[in-house]
Design a protein around this ligand. Structure first.
Ligand SMILES: Nc1ncnc2c1ncn2[C@@H]1O[C@H](COP(=O)(O)OP(=O)(O)OP(=O)(O)O)[C@@H](O)[C@H]1O
Ligand SMILES: [Mg+2]
Length: 507
């Protein structure tokens, strides 16, 4: 560290939510012109800390210093005035406004908006060119792919003069290509003397792009180091307080009968564009089938059609011989087809409901949760407590509304619900998106255990490492088609990469 003034210094930040001490005397220094990594378990307090810096939560105690000057940050406008920008874990764009309107929201007053729009356009276009942040300024934000929405958020922060940019799990929703692009941007920001705080669960990213890294556990900073002086296993251990298996350990699969049979399945999107173009495959019990592919090649639509969220344009889906045509997700769950949606926060939970209601969502008709005509609240509560203990959902409070849990803990709750329903077939989209490495190890073990109990498991993941680690058999999707079907033993990263790029294997 040079003797220069830090870009940001936090001193003794405290933040409580009721009984939860989300931040405990947190001190952290971000060197000017550096990328600073922030890692820690789900619920460690990372988002809370960043929200304090950005003025979303007033701290209960502590000081924030920017460029050597103490600042009072009571609201986001104070943070922006101090040169702090933030892209949240869950995006904050107003979906039915254009990108340009979103960028200006809050920056310019209402009546001046029209004039502001005209003035801002050239400046934004210039910023876009300087940083490789091209975004269609007149597009409706909600209609853009997530990668572009994120770019719009970053552009917004830079336009407002951010010298310190906070990114909370920015790559959780990106394809590897988009992530590489983002990291290129971080390098440019650093060259310009700006500072970045990167919150992520991916140690690979920490190692690749950060200068220093801070580890949080249970609200407190437990470690800080130069990235060059640490390693993924060390960081993993500091995060969870024990050593973690970074690889999946599993016995060989013993595949049984085909449990889910998919024939000529075709799916079109809301605009009538074909996304899945007549795929045929079967999922066998006792086997984990992975679907590899660059995001946006039909995997999401395939998963949604199998789960009954969207109706296919053509084709047939049979579960142990029974045609599922016309059955909604709940009826499919009843038939033994469980589903962990990729976008769990949109499709997996009702944020305003307590955890215990979310823990039975889709399964509320089961005998175990009912007594006569009424829901058995006692059984539901106890069932949720059990799931929380098993999946280490924190805090273990079934009555707490879902939105009060950290991102990763919400995800664990959905996984607990679906894996815990003991399905015959489990469909999982991005099983470990947003969950910490300790929880990844656990979730992988649970998926393998479900397989070994005879279930068919389908895993869709954009993380090639995850597919290679988990799957016994790998289907590769490109352009809405299955372009490869390989046993795990025959799959190498290179071979899959070629197939994912749409280059068909020659046998
Ligand atoms: N609005 C809130 N009300 C009550 N509790 C909250 C609220 N926001 C966060 N918490 C609690 O504060 C703690 C820290 O949560 P935070 O979201 O900061 O974790 P995180 O480190 O970002 O985790 P993740 O990796 O899962 O995103 C958690 O126990 C969480 O349940
Ligand atoms: Mg978080």
């Amino acid at each position: 560290m040079s003797g220069s003034v830090p870009a940001l210094e936090l001193r003794g930040i405290e933040k409580r939510f009721g009984a939860v001490r989300a931040n405990r005397a947190v001190s952290l220094t971000v060197v000017a012109g550096s990328v600073h990594g922030l890692i820690g378990e789900n619920g460690a307090g990372k988002s809370t800390l960043m929200n304090v810096v950005y003025g979303f939560h007033p701290p209960d105690a502590g000081e924030i210093w920017v460029q050597g000057r103490r600042v009072e940050i009571g609201r986001s406008s104070d943070a922006i005035a101090a040169g702090i920008g933030m892209v949240h874990q869950h995006f904050m764009l107003v979906e039915n406004f254009t990108v340009l309107e979103n960028v200006l929201l809050g920056a310019e007053g209402g009546p001046r908006l029209a004039g502001g729009l005209a003035r801002a356009r050239p400046a934004l276009e210039q910023l876009g060119r300087d940083y490789g942040l091209e975004v269609p300024l007149d597009a409706i934000a909600g209609q853009l792919p997530v990668g572009l929405q994120q770019r719009a958020e970053i552009l917004k922060a830079l336009y407002r003069g951010a010298q310190i940019l906070i990114l909370d799990e920015p790559t959780a929703v990106l394809t590897p290509q988009e992530a590489d692009r983002l990291f290129g941007l971080l390098a440019r920001l650093r060259e310009q003397g700006k500072s970045v705080i990167l919150v992520t669960h991916k140690l690979r990213e920490i190692m690749a792009v950060t200068d220093r890294v801070t580890v949080m556990r249970q609200g407190a900073v437990v470690h800080e180091t130069a990235t060059a002086d640490t390693s993924p296993p060390q960081l993993a251990e500091q995060m969870v307080g024990r050593s973690v298996l970074l690889q999946v350990n599993k016995p060989p699969a013993r595949p049984g009968d085909a449990l889910l049979q998919v024939d000529g399945l075709a799916v079109s999107d809301a605009f009538g564009v074909p996304r899945v173009k007549g795929v045929t495959f079967a999922l066998r019990g006792g086997e984990i089938t992975g679907i590899a592919g660059v995001a946006g090649n039909g995997q999401t639509e395939l998963l949604e059609a199998l789960a009954g969220i969207v109706a296919p344009a053509a084709g047939r889906i049979r579960l142990a011989g029974r045609d599922l045509d016309g059955l909604d997700p709940r009826a499919r769950r009843h038939a033994g087809l469980a589903h962990v949606p990729e976008d769990r926060l949109k499709l997996g939970v009702v944020a305003s409901f307590p955890a215990e209601d979310n823990a039975i969502l889709g399964y509320q008709d089961r005998a175990e949760y009912n007594r006569g005509l009424l829901l058995d609240r006692g059984a539901i509560h106890a069932g949720c407590e059990r799931k929380m203990a098993e999946y280490d959902v924190r805090p273990p409070q079934p009555g707490l509304r879902c939105s009060a849990f950290s991102g990763g803990n919400q995800q664990k709750l959905v996984l607990a619900r679906e894996i815990g329903s003991a399905p015959r077939v489990l469909l999982v989209g991005q099983p470990t998106r947003g969950v910490d490495i300790g929880a990844i190890e656990f979730i992988h073990q649970r998926l393998v255990a479900l397989r070994d109990a005879g279930a068919a498991v389908l895993v869709v993941s954009v993380e090639l490492d995850e597919i290679l680690g988990l799957a016994d058999r790998i289907l590769v999707m490109a352009g809405g088609e299955i372009v490869g079907d390989l046993a795990r033993a025959d799959a190498t990263e290179e071979r899959l990469g070629l197939m994912m790029a749409g280059i068909k294997a020659d046998a």
